[in-house]
Design a protein around this ligand. Sequence first.
Ligand SMILES: O=C(O)CCC(=O)C(=O)O
Length: 221
Amino acid sequence: MFDHRRMLARMDFQATLFAEDPTDTAPGAPGPLDGHVERTDLGRGAWLDVRRDWLAGVADGVFDALVHDVPWRAERRQMYDRVVAVPRLLHTYGAGEPLPHPGLTAAREALSAHYADELGEPFTTAGCCYYRDGNDSVAWHGDTIGRGARQDTMVAIVSFGDPRRLALRPRGGGPSTAVVMGHGDLVVMGGSCQRTWEHAVPKVAHAGPRLSVQFRPAGVF
Ligand SMILES: O=C(O)CCC(=O)C(=O)O
């Protein structure tokens, strides 16, 4: 038989839990960053920050908006004597361009505020990648087309959909490492990471769609 007293006691308990939970935030807002980001020192002046479930409250909506509202483009590139399809879809939102979901705008603002002292400038652009399945991937590289080749900087990645590994290896050799990026997770590559380390999202046998949004400061590509 349904026990109302037990039910009420449980509701009281849950209300207390939610009221006192310091991580409780307005629905849809990014979760807090201060005190919730785990930093790993990679060596050579590079580091990696991870904040699990950072955008959990909006992750489903952001996933839908990214799939349906981004003007995705397929690229092709020369590989030896052949032109091959780049195995993922791409789009970049430049500085000042509206993002496809308010949760992403809030995320960019929160990142700019949290890293202001260390980075000294805001995140401005949002590169978006659509990995349609496990065959989509990105090969080893650093974001060194712009200032990242010469200066310390940050690239902040928020991930939506199926989990995929971000693999990292030091340039010139040494043990590699990896972090799994799940639905709503934040991963930030910082310090010298773009010029002293390389990263990749390797192919996997089976995976559903994954979307990645990378926030970068101006002049970092
Ligand atoms: O998919 C990711 O999260 C990483 C993407 C990336 O490394 C890049 O586009 O430069």
